[in-house]
Design a protein around this ligand. Structure first.
Ligand code: FEO
Ligand code: CA
Ligand code: CA
Ligand code: CA
Length: 754
């Protein structure tokens, strides 16, 4: 591949970060300067640090010039006391915990705000939480995941700066289940055999999707409003438009939409994003598992669709996760069987193409229920997580960064055809603005090189590697988008350790991607599902969980990308690894490469988002590797930038006596000023979803699937639930564990993470 030409690698010291003589600012300098940003800005000081910090604080996010705690007005004639000092990461680190509770630092309060089953209309009954509740089309869905806060003015209009009232839009990814049934939401744990009863299937389909709920500050406490007219549920019967290049394509023709323009529902939504025009983006992740295919479907189809289905995880004979297709003869059940059944050529008489309607970034206007929800197909089809915009620059195309969360899948970037017009930030018709920026553009896939550079390769039907790809004959550009994984294969994209969320540093504009873990990374791969370590995915090691040896990269890492000088349209970049997940006691030279201590060590980073108020990088875990020692957690980081660390070479012995040497680039070693554990969740939960008020003083976090390791057979005995959260925190009826949104506030009224 060609060497990038539009940027040079940032100088790094390869020996010791404390002797870094590059012109990069030392981050402690930056940190100190940041904390007195207000006075800097008032005084008009023009230092290198203030340039960066101004970018953090003034990028149009949060309008947070009130980020220093204001002292009360003193009596006349007295000297005002100095405002309380604010220090990022000024809190005491939370210890690892196996307790069935949410632990936050001293001086903070975490309160349950909105849980599975909570009513969303005035007429919906209170949640009994005993498995007999129905009407989930009017209740909070299950498995709260990615989430964004949409401020509301005091008069109830869309805002970008209100701090006391707003809408939480969130994903309801899945249900807690063991084998077929979603056991906590059914009285007896549900039916574990086929066929599934229609009533159970209806309930489960309603539990998946999105919700919008109004929340407000009432004195010191936050509450959700069950009778707000903004409240909304999107579930598997909600009609959603297919938008962008795939709209009307033969690949999405179904019995429900014979012209390929719509589908019911959005499924297994995981990460999120927020557009510069104030709408909600949701990523459809592990949707493939909900569909079934007959054992003889390959022969029935007899075309290239078989290649696509196999690549996306639906080999013929694959069983569906919940058996929803067995709920009855109604179309709403039959759509989950994607076998070719009809006689038509185009698929307009069955659901053979139904799965091609899932796997997109979906846009919703959280403020306006009347507006259509749209699948933005130009952003490609894969196991989407978050979709995050690079810093918008007037007159330049917008860039959207995304990951495909499966072992050895890819990182993508979408670049809009339309160039950014700042006036669109407050456009009245937000979905029409989405049409403008998200329905036309170029999709790129990332290829990471061993020298710390990388390339964005356009996935275009006019690329000969794609047009003449031997394994799959693409028909057109829509086919390239629907089969973005195959297109990525064709151009030799880098297989990553499960890309989860991404977020853009509000100061540097660099893009951070969590790579949660990969059990299929091997020094000497066997079979096509395994991959050898490379510079961007460099670790292969054994992590013991009790007596179980976990192989590959069980703890994951966080990679970051610095675009070239062309900004959003750059086709080359620099990268390094911000942090490697590890146990504090793991070998420093080969596993704990970021030098994590007991106050910082973590495994399997998943959720990741920067606060636009404080600039803190919040890191959330969805872990199964370190859970013998601690429940999942959230950490606060204050990162530097690409190139602030050093080069490391990892040497792996091969069976034949030779050595595989892998160079990688690790960011600055973590310190107590740059990384601290902030929260640990209840038993069996994943910490995910993060949103804040613009002033950074209320942080909303989702606790997903507490108690999910409960055996379904124990449904009748609450004493055998592995978690009883949040009822054990005083929230709601019953003892069955529930996914829920919590709100974190600081007792002194300060910003979260200080
Ligand atoms: Fe739903 Fe990739 O986590
Ligand atoms: Ca371990
Ligand atoms: Ca996730
Ligand atoms: Ca995950």
């Amino acid at each position: 591949m060609n060497k990038p030409t539009d940027l040079a690698r940032i100088p790094v010291d390869h020996d010791d970060i404390d002797t870094n003589v590059s012109s990069n600012e030392h981050f402690s300098t930056v940190l100190e300067a940041r904390l007195s940003r207000r006075s800097l800005l008032r005084g008009g000081a023009a230092t290198a640090a203030s340039a960066l910090l101004g970018a953090i604080g003034l990028s149009g996010c949060g309008g947070s010039d009130n980020d220093t705690v204001t002292a009360p007005t003193p009596p006349v004639g007295t000297t005002p006391p100095p405002p309380p000092p604010e220090k990022l990461l000024g809190f005491s680190a939370v210890s690892k915990s196996l307790a069935d509770t949410v632990v936050v630092p001293a001086g903070y309060t975490a309160s349950v705000l909105y849980a599975l089953g909570d009513p969303l209309t005035a007429n919906t009954a209170a949640y009994k939480n005993d498995g007999t509740d129905g009407d989930f089309e009017n209740r909070a869905g299950d498995h709260h995941d990615g989430m964004e806060f949409f401020p509301l003015s005091s008069t109830g209009t869309a805002s970008t700066s209100a701090n006391d009232r707003g809408l939480l839009a969130m994903n309801h990814e899945a249900t807690t289940d063991e084998k077929l049934s979603s056991f906590f939401v059914h009285a007896n744990g549900g039916t574990m055999t086929l066929p599934r009863p229609a009533a159970e299937v209806d309930k489960e389909m309603a539990l998946h999707g999105l919700s919008v709920v109004e929340v407000r500050r009432n004195g010191a406490k936050w509450e959700y409003l069950k009778d707000s007219s903004f409240n909304r549920r999107v579930h598997q019967q909600t009609e959603v438009e297919i938008s962008g290049p795939v709209r009307g394509n033969a690949l999405v023709v179904t019995k429900y939409s014979t012209n390929g323009t719509k589908i019911r529902g959005t499924l297994n939504n995981c990460g999120t994003g927020k557009t510069p025009w104030n709408t909600y983006l949701s990523g459809e992740e592990n949707w493939a598992g909900y569909f079934t295919r007959a054992a003889t479907d390959d022969a029935a189809r007899g075309d290239r669709s078989v290649v696509s289905l196999n690549r996306y995880g639906r080999n013929q004979g694959a069983a569906s996760r919940h058996g929803w297709e067995t709920g009855g003869t109604d179309d709403k059940y039959q759509r989950w069987d994607i076998s070719k059944k009809g006689a038509s050529i185009d698929g307009s008489d069955d659901y053979r193409n139904e799965m091609n309607g899932m796997g997109y970034i979906v846009e919703m206007d959280a403020y306006d229920k009347a507006k259509a929800i749209k699948k933005r197909t130009a952003l490609g089809r894969f196991a989407h997580e978050s979709a995050v915009f690079g810093k918008p620059v007037a007159g330049q195309p917008l860039a959207v960064y995304m990951g495909d969360d499966s072992r050895n899948e890819y990182i993508f970037k979408f670049v809009s055809t339309a160039v950014w017009a700042a006036a669109d930030a407050t456009a009245a018709d937000r979905i029409a603005t989405g049409d403008k920026y998200l329905d036309s553009g170029k999709l790129y896939v990332a290829k990471f090189a061993a020298d710390g550079t990388g390339q964005w390769i356009e996935l275009s039907i006019s690329n000969p590697a794609i047009a003449s790809y031997a394994a799959y004959k693409f028909a057109d550009q829509a086919d390239v988008l629907v089969n973005a994984r195959l297109a990525g294969d064709a151009v030799g994209a880098t297989k990553m350790d499960r890309p989860e969320w991404c977020s853009v540093h509000p100061g540097t504009g660099e893009i951070y991607f969590t790579l949660t873990n990969n059990s299929n990374r091997r020094v000497e791969p066997s079979g096509s599902s395994q991959a050898a370590p490379d510079a961007a995915n460099p670790r292969v090691y054994t992590d013991m969980k009790g007596t179980t040896a976990q192989q590959g990269n069980p703890n994951g890492h966080i990679i970051r990308v610095k675009e070239g000088t062309a900004g959003s349209t750059s086709t080359s970049f620099n990268w390094d690894v911000y942090l490697f997940g590890a146990e504090a006691g793991a070998a420093a030279a080969t596993v704990n490469l970021s030098g994590l201590t007991a106050d910082q060590d973590f495994s399997s980073p998943d959720g990741l988002a920067f606060s636009t108020s404080t600039g803190i990088c919040w890191i959330q875990t969805d872990d199964g590797a370190y859970t013998d020692v601690t429940n999942c957690m959230m950490l606060a980081g204050v990162p530097g930038k690409v190139g602030d660390g050093k080069k490391v070479t990892l040497n792996y012995p091969r069976a034949n006596g030779t050595t595989l040497s892998v160079d990688t680039y690790v960011g600055q070693t973590a310190t107590t000023d740059t990384l601290k554990r902030f929260l640990v969740g209840p038993v069996g939960s994943e910490i995910t979803g993060i949103a804040e008020t613009p002033d950074g003083k209320a942080l909303f976090v989702n606790i997903q699937h507490p108690g999910e390791n409960t055996a379904a057979g124990n449904i009748a005995d609450p004493a055998k639930y592995t978690s009883q959260w949040p009822s054990n925190a005083g929230y709601g009826a019953g003892k069955r564990p529930r996914s829920a949104t919590i709100v974190i506030t600081k007792n002194d009224g300060g910003r979260i993470g200080t």
